[in-house]
Design a protein around this ligand. Structure first.
Ligand SMILES: Cc1ncc(COP(=O)(O)O)c(C=O)c1O
Length: 400
């Protein structure tokens, strides 16, 4: 019998994840503790899931109360948590209707199906997404992504899909025509290295939409639910997409995804056309209600305020290490530190200093703290980052 979790995992599980070498004992607020009692400051939040931090007392309470009432009954029944959460999302998003799934990929997949239904009615059959975008690992999302690591050897993918350069107005103009059914994008790319859509690019996208009449699918799985200080990142462009894809933060730590759209689009999905057994699970929706209540009771304001402080702090670090930190990108509690070297080694070094963050797009350190962080948390993160950069520099990491 193997002893450690790491040894046991190696024996029995697919080896598809690059796990950090931490055997989790418990997590609370912004902290994770391993089985040896070591404490880590968590600036990853379960990959942007734990918007309110770990084990938020109100979320635990809501789950407990709901669990005492019922766990799962299926979508054959009318359920208060689903309906209440939908009312809140409807009110705050200005959209009309909500459909629940269990994950980001599944929500994006459903958004593609919805766009296809609309496209088939309007004689439009082509969809467009952007390089650097990440939409999930099922075939629909993968067909609108260009990442070889996720796709090689897994084809064929869905037809009538193009992935074009992000923020490239000429490429967009060339790709869009009367056959365009939908354009899908993360207005703030997460996996792609915390890259936002240029305002001029978004303006052109909206002009082309007016000209050719296609749908815009906003993937807010990572950037949504208050992470950037507003409910959705696209709010900053003062535009309204046709379909919003949500997941991660909305379940407060439980699996929950959502498609949010207009009455006109939602009515294309008539009875039985789309669905899922678990989507809108009572526990996940009960947690989601707390997330929404907390967002509008100070948490989103905190994400804005602490996000600014985090950004200022990261800029100060960039000035201290100009040969190693090239750029700070992002918004609110979704920041990217662009390095001159591969971020994976910085992630390892941070871990030694008790800090959890993540590497993306090869040279970007992705920083996704809970939206509830304090100044003290940011200062602790900054001190760990300075120390880790210093150590790597002494070890001879490459300059820009
Ligand atoms: C923007 C975006 N869309 C979709 C997904 C897929 O979500 P999930 O992993 O829940 O399927 C992710 C996951 O990281 C994401 O960041």
């Amino acid at each position: 019998m193997k002893e450690t979790l790491i040894e046991r995992e190696h024996e029995v599980m697919f080896q598809n994840y690059r796990r950090l070498p931490i055997e989790i004992d418990r997590a609370i607020g912004t902290e994770i503790f391993d089985k040896s009692g070591k404490r880590y400051l968590d600036f990853l939040s379960g990959i942007a899931v734990n918007a309110l931090g770990h084990s938020h007392p109100r979320i635990i309470k809501a789950i407990q109360l709901q669990a005492e009432q019922y766990l799962h009954v299926s979508n054959f029944f009318y359920q208060e948590p689903q309906i209440r959460l939908s009312e809140m999302i409807k009110k705050k998003s200005g959209m009309d209707r909500v459909y629940y799934s269990n994950s980001g990929a599944e929500s994006f997949e459903g958004a593609i199906k919805l766009a296809r239904l609309w496209g088939n009615e309007h004689g439009k059959h082509h969809m467009i997404a952007f390089e650097g975008g990440f939409h999930g690992r099922t075939y629909g999302p993968l067909s609108l992504m260009n990442k070889p690591l996720y796709k090689d050897g897994m084809g064929p993918f869905l037809p009538n899909m193009s992935v074009i350069p992000f923020n490239d107005i000429d490429a967009l103009r060339k790709a869009v025509n009367d056959d365009t059914c939908a354009v899908a994008l993360e207005f703030l790319q997460g996996e792609g290295g915390i890259m936002h859509a240029d305002p001029a690019f978004v303006t052109e996208l909206m002009n082309l939409k007016d000209q050719y009449n296609f749908l815009i699918i906003a993937d807010e799985v990572q950037s949504g639910v208050g992470r950037t200080g507003s409910l959705f990142f696209f709010d900053k462009y003062l535009i309204k997409p046709d379909i919003i894809v949500m997941a991660k933060g909305i379940g407060g730590g439980l699996p929950l995804g959502a498609i949010v759209t207009t009455n006109d689009l939602a009515k294309l999905v008539d009875k039985g056309r789309h669905g899922t057994t678990y989507g809108g699970n009572s526990l996940a929706c009960a947690a989601g209600i707390v997330v929404m209540e907390e967002l509008y009771s100070g948490v989103m304001a905190n994400a804005r305020e602490m996000g600014c402080y985090l950004k200022e702090t990261l800029h100060a670090i960039m000035e201290e290490f100009p040969d190693y930190v090239k750029e700070i990108r992002g918004c609110g509690c979704m920041q990217g530190v662009v390095l001159t070297f591969e971020s994976a080694i910085l992630v390892e070094e941070l871990l030694k200093n008790g800090i959890i963050a993540n590497s993306t797009a090869v040279k970007v350190l992705r920083v996704l703290p809970p939206l509830t962080i304090s100044k003290k948390d940011v200062d602790e993160f900054a001190s760990g980052l300075r120390q880790s950069l210093q150590t790597l520099i002494e070890m001879g990491v490459s300059k820009g």
